[in-house]
Design a protein around this ligand. Sequence first.
Ligand SMILES: [Zn+2]
Ligand SMILES: [Zn+2]
Length: 938
Amino acid sequence: MTKKLSGNEIRQTFIDFFVEHGHTAVPSMSLVPGGDATLLFTNSGMVQFKDVFLGTDKRPYKRAVDSQKCMRVAGKHNDLDDVGRDDTHHTFFEMLGNWSFGDYYKKEAIAWSWQLLTDVWGLPKAKLYATCFEDDQGHIPSDDEAADIWKEQPGFDPSHVLFFGRKENFWQMAETGPCGPCSEIHIDLGEERDNLRGTDHICGVNGQCTRYLELWNNVFIQYNLFDDGHLEPLPQKHVDTGMGFERIVSVLQGVDSNYKTDLFTGSLDVLRSLTGHSQEQMYADFTPYRVVCDHARAAAFLIADGVVPGNAGRNYITRMIIRRAARFGTKIGLREPFLAKVAEAVIEEYGSFYPELVKSRGAILDNLTREEIRFARTIESGTAQLENLLSELRASNQTTLNGRRAFDLYATYGLPFEISRDIAREHGLDVDEEGFKAAREEHSLASGGGKAMGKTGGEDAEFFAGILKDLQKHKKLGEHGVEYDPYTSPRLEGEVLALVTNGQSVESVSFGDQVQVMLPKTGFYIESGGQVDDTGYIRAERSASGDEAWEIEVTSMRRASAGVIVHVGEVISGQPKVGDLAVAEVDIRRRHDIMRNHTATHLLHAALHQVLGEHARQAGSLVAPDRLRFDFNHPEAMTPEQIERVEQIVNDAVAADMEVTPKLKAREDAIAEGAMALFGEKYGETVRTITIIDSEGLLSPAQKQASGLQTLAEAVVHPASVAEHQPKYSYELCGGTHLERTSDIGAFIIVSEGSAAAGVRRIEAVTGRGAYDLIAHRFKLLKRTAAIVKSSVEELPFKVESLQDEVADLKKELASLRTQQAMKMMESQFSSVQKVKDVNVLAMQVPNSDMDTLRMLADKFREKYPNNAIAVLASGTAVISALTNDIVSRGMKAGDLITAIGGRGGGRPNMAQGSLPDPAMVNDAMSEVVKVVEEKLI
Ligand SMILES: [Zn+2]
Ligand SMILES: [Zn+2]
């Protein structure tokens, strides 16, 4: 081995190697196997080709190569127990495979395995072993064919062929169907890697210790197995191979743990930067690190395939591994949410090969953090409760916790079974898994979980209207229904009036249930005027009558029907009941970010009027916590200067610390006063207005006039309250929630300006914390860039300019050197000009040349041979052919010559250029030239 390959390079060399041998590179299938209801997750490379082997489907290729994403965390293949405890197990892993569907067979498969491992990857030949099948039950013929092929491989030690029986070396898809012998390749890692060194054990291939490691399994599918146990040969034989990616990377990188390969370096570095541990400290207690890295990687890939944390099936698994990772994080002192940071490293490492990670980055980071926050709210009470149960258990001399009790912990505190079992085992106890499953089954039937999820859209309006009527009849709600007030207090108390889950009104719900909650009054904002829904929590304290505390996370809001506002969310602890007294609290940090963006939107609107003119009216807007988006009428792109000025004006308005005042008014009055209203928006008789007072006199009188805002003079003519005599900086009809003062915005940065539709421009901007994050990020990039080019930030532009000049000079120099080199080569090659019939023919490759160089060389050739000459020159797949005119008049054309040697191209009769389809055929094509001339030239 020359240089150590990175994990990404190892994967790529595997794929490239088989592509060179005629395989089609096939992308990994999703972790969620389509059309296979029997399987929770894709757990091997075979899953996506199963139907091809069964003969129920065909592919356009007969040879394939891939790296398949796999999960083994549930069902028959469940590695969860071992993950973290050792260096080799993973919940998520990749499986490299090459496949033949009725095409090549043992001879090629074995030879290629050998070539890739020893020639390409440079593994020592003397350390490799091959196992072949010999039936321990004496029915199926031995696979001597594979054994003989192994013995023919150059440098393979024939005594390293070993035979094993059905357990190790025979593969079958199921009880019946396609099956066949396997041949595995093992490596001897040396005595020092033997974990049982010095003890009496079976030390060898398929033995008991870690010295011999299986690398690659080649399965030769050649029989069909019938009910009665008899075998028939398949009409078409297949090859199915699998090589654990993490394992081969560890061997090629010469490390003793999959977790010490570069695949995990980024994740571990992130974790160590958080814990402050040195590498030695980390290795001393490696288990939590291994669990966190493994689970974070698995969760990132699952979320990228659309499996978000939830209460059942695959979603439960995602929830469980995130929570398990979070718990192991606490063992190394991590309290704050940290998994998103680890996931960033995962995306960085894998994103180039698995673009779905990059595409889903937002969803991955978001889901991880949210799930961690949910879990953090209950983990302490949950584990305390579990510890109590475990002490009771020990006191009564029992060793296994009742599964029903474990389920209660899940239903109340969201403590997944697997975590309860981890904790129990840390105390030398266990939990009854079957009992847990039975309790879960019962619960899901009782809560109607078998039915379809809640109806969407307006379909359930009638259903909610019915609930409202009933509540009004019982005097729980007045004639207007649920009261809506997002403007005063973000925290309101009230009785739980209704709980709806799975499209049914229920008396109580429990952990993990998706639920819609009705309270008499809400302070949560419902999306309108571009401002998004509030999120937050509804919770109940432990009641005097002994009812347990509970909590619901509110993720969105709905107007389900006239007078009905519901909070949509998920139970994150306890068992909420109708009639419980609860507190509903808006996520105030998030709301504050939204308000910053909303008030900034009004300032942006005003600034656009000042810079572009009054026609720049709002055409759409989005006010979210992380950014604002503003669409406005304007016929052309803004200039960089205009964008800068708008940004400057808004930041001046922020610094002026202007007062923002909401007021209810008669619609006609507000419009008459020049309040900006949106076209096409329906307003009631009474409207809410938002005024920003120009207390520092930022607007000139002309600007006030131009923007149509009320001037002091006008205010005197139309007497109103004193406050309204103050000049207005901005005046809009708006139902949104706003800051009290503009200075609260902090900072305002325009991120982009572009086209939204014909005649409509779009600005995206950030404020407050978002602006700070952006600035900090840009500074970091700037500093990093400066460090890379060895300059200070201030000198960076000059440094980059001078580097670019340098590159341009070097390019020029290189081009002239290449031309000189090519000329030299050409001259030396004139000796290899062949006489075909009476013609001078030159066919040669000129590496690293562009078309211009080739053309120049062709001209030079024709200078030397003005008559009776043909040249075909190639560089890579680019090819040029040049003929002297007398050859053309003998009926030959330059373009035809390229076609005749298998290329494509065109041009003039005496000079044509084109390309050859495949770099592998350039040699052959060049040797074709003489033959073609011989045959075609009269
Ligand atoms: Zn051993
Ligand atoms: Zn507004």
